[in-house]
Ligand binder design. Sequence first.
Ligand SMILES: C[S@@+](CC[C@H](N)C(=O)[O-])C[C@H]1O[C@@H](n2cnc3c(N)ncnc32)[C@H](O)[C@@H]1O
Length: 242
Amino acid sequence: MKYKKIGDILILDKNYPDEDFEELSKRHKVKTIMKIDHIQGTKREPVYNILYGNETETVNKENGCLFKLDLSKVMWSKGNNNERLRIAKLVEDGETVLDMFAGIGYFSIPIGVHANAKEVIAIEINPNSYHFLCENIELNRLDNITPILGDCKVETPKFKADRIIMGYVKTTHHYLDMAVNSLNEGGILHYHETVPEKLIETRPIERVVSAADGRDVELLKINKIKKYSPGVEHIVVDAIIF
Ligand SMILES: C[S@@+](CC[C@H](N)C(=O)[O-])C[C@H]1O[C@@H](n2cnc3c(N)ncnc32)[C@H](O)[C@@H]1O
């Protein structure tokens, strides 16, 4: 029986058995208890069930950042916790960062809080996520994040950056060409992919090299973020593109 606490909301695993949920809420000091069946579509929207309470908006504290979100409208992946902080710590002073699938600011907010970037351009297609991205910029009192409501396919070519984060999985490789085109010479790409274990060392880097289209690529790291499904890992490739 597993659960996770996000702000003051408890998310139970799908197979968590029925019990006295009011009593459970008191034990964990939460206002709402939910089950999230799955996250659907490109906008990554939860399909959920409320077991106790009715408020689904909360503020989650992580790595010294505040993330306001509505768990009935946008996703939160606890397993990406370390990756969110790892990226923030890599950003060097004065960098321009492009966060292509920004969500509620999963990467942009920690960068704003922990690094000293010149600008973080955060592109998000889901209006609900964009709403919380804007709220989280205010909540964390950040002044170097530019939120953009729109499709990466349309918005990315308008910018050049020293570092590009592609924090989305499944079809991320379809966006690789345009990410590389927007990356300054010697810039760093963080390319996410869900990949069968036996392909981890080959497929993601081959896709990056192919998108680089003749530009030199230096592989810095393949970082395992979490197990995605049986035999499939969520990984991120860090690479310099010259
Ligand atoms: C939810 S985030 C992934 C989780 C995140 N990496 C973390 O650390 O928890 C992915 C976001 O990409 C957004 N998205 C998907 N396709 C997009 C597109 N074409 N342009 C802009 N945003 C997009 C989704 O709406 C979603 O908010």
